[in-house]
Each structure stands twice: as C-alpha cells, then as structure tokens.
Design a protein around this ligand. Structure first.
Ligand SMILES: [Zn+2]
Length: 177
C-alpha cells in the first residue's frame, strides 16, 4: 500500500502471460514473482507471529508469509487463496523493521482483509488498479475484525515515516475516526 503495486507484479504482467485463471498459471506466476523479488518463506519471527494473530482474528488459516529485501511494502498475491485456501502475503524486510508489532498488526490486517474478500476474479498475472473504495472497504473490515487501534497505529506510523506527506494515509486515518 505504501508504493502501490509491487514492481515485480507489474513486470510479470508486462510479459503478457495468459490472464485466464488456472491453478497452474497462478502457481507459475506466483513462483516467478517470488523469485524475482528474492522472497523466502518464513516460519517464525515478528511478521509470522503477528500474521498468526491476525489470521486467528479472521478465523482463517495462516497465509504463507514471504519476506523480501529492502521494501517497506506489504501485499497479498491476488487469487493466491484459490490455490490452497491459505493464500500468500509478501512482506518487505523494512516493514518488519520499521513497524512495531501493534502497527504491523494493522498493516497485515489490511492485507488480510483484501485476501479474505478476494473472489479470484483477477489472478496473479492481472494488473490490478486499487481504487480508494477498495482500500476503504479493506480498512473497514480490518477495523471490524481487529478493532481500530492497530489500523490507526499503522496509518500513524506511515505518516511518521513519510513526514506527514502520505495523503492517502492521512485521508484513511480521518475516515477511521
Ligand atoms: Zn490495500
């Protein structure tokens, strides 16, 4: 959400792979995307522990969690839950470092809201333009599921990290009050 789409996802899209959804195409796309961004699955650590808590609150299986270098971004892979019911979330190493557990819960809670609302209408290969309404809906679902505290802490942290220059976060924070 900080930088919008993952650059890797756009690169994969640009390769004009078939967009018709099949588990096989989805799996191939996920594998390529994860390899391109240098992501590795983790089974412990702060990100894993917080995501476990978030998934429990949603009453869902814990998504696979992958950590990749440098980025402050967190994103779920579109339609990934259609593969095995769990889904996949990629987390930038900097996000784990720069967000404390409480604000990370809000960040992961927002992506989890996208994941659980995903109808798999668009797969890993499709370019997805996030509109403000989708973001507001995800925030609202995360707030209902986790309480507004973690989400507010997350958006405040984004503002602190961007010296108050992230208008999207500012607007979403206002919408939560
Ligand atoms: Zn979002």
């Amino acid at each position: 959400m900080l930088a919008g789409m993952l650059p890797a996802q756009e690169r994969v899209t640009a390769a004009s792979l078939p967009s018709k959804f099949t588990i096989q195409a989805q799996t191939a796309c996920e594998t390529e995307m994860l390899r391109e961004i240098g992501a590795r699955e983790v089974f412990s650590g702060k990100g894993y522990e917080v995501l476990t808590e978030v998934a429990r609150a949603y009453g869902r299986a814990i998504p696979h969690i992958y950590v990749f270098p440098k980025s402050l971004n967190i994103a779920y892979i579109a339609a990934s839950a259609a593969v095995d019911g769990r889904g996949k979330i990629v987390v930038g190493q900097q996000a784990i470092k720069m967000f404390d557990a409480f604000s990370l819960k809000g960040f992961l809670g927002h992506e989890m809201a996208h994941l659980v609302s995903d109808s798999a209408a668009q797969g890993c290969n499709d370019y997805i333009l996030r509109n403000p309404q989708m973001e507001a809906d995800a925030d609202a679902l995360a707030a209902r599921t986790l309480g507004t505290g973690p989400l507010r802490a997350f958006l405040q942290r984004v503002l602190a990290l961007t010296q108050g220059q992230n208008w999207d976060a500012k607007h979403r924070l206002e919408a939560l009050q």
